[in-house]
Design a protein around this ligand. Structure first.
Ligand code: SF4
Length: 65
């Protein structure tokens, strides 16, 4: 699974950080940072993060079979 966050859209609301704290977080300057290739075990929480993002900035690409 690959995650891309469109940082031009992201407004640092932080809903993704609450939904998937192991994948998304804020750095010292309150800029979103994230694991671009998280383990598949995080699939459900990452999907939830993408759903709750109010500006739909998170795109998830599944691994090729
Ligand atoms: S929920 Fe969306 S807008 Fe908010 S920090 Fe995450 S990616 Fe950015």
């Amino acid at each position: 699974m690959k995650i891309v966050v469109d940082m031009n859209l992201c407004e640092s609301h932080g809903q993704c950080v609450f939904a998937a704290p192991g994948v998304f977080s804020f750095d010292d300057e309150d800029t979103l940072v994230y694991e671009a290739n998280p383990d598949d075990a995080a699939r459900e929480t990452v999907a939830r993060a993408a759903t709750v993002c109010p500006v739909r900035a998170i795109t998830i690409t599944p691994d090729a079979p």
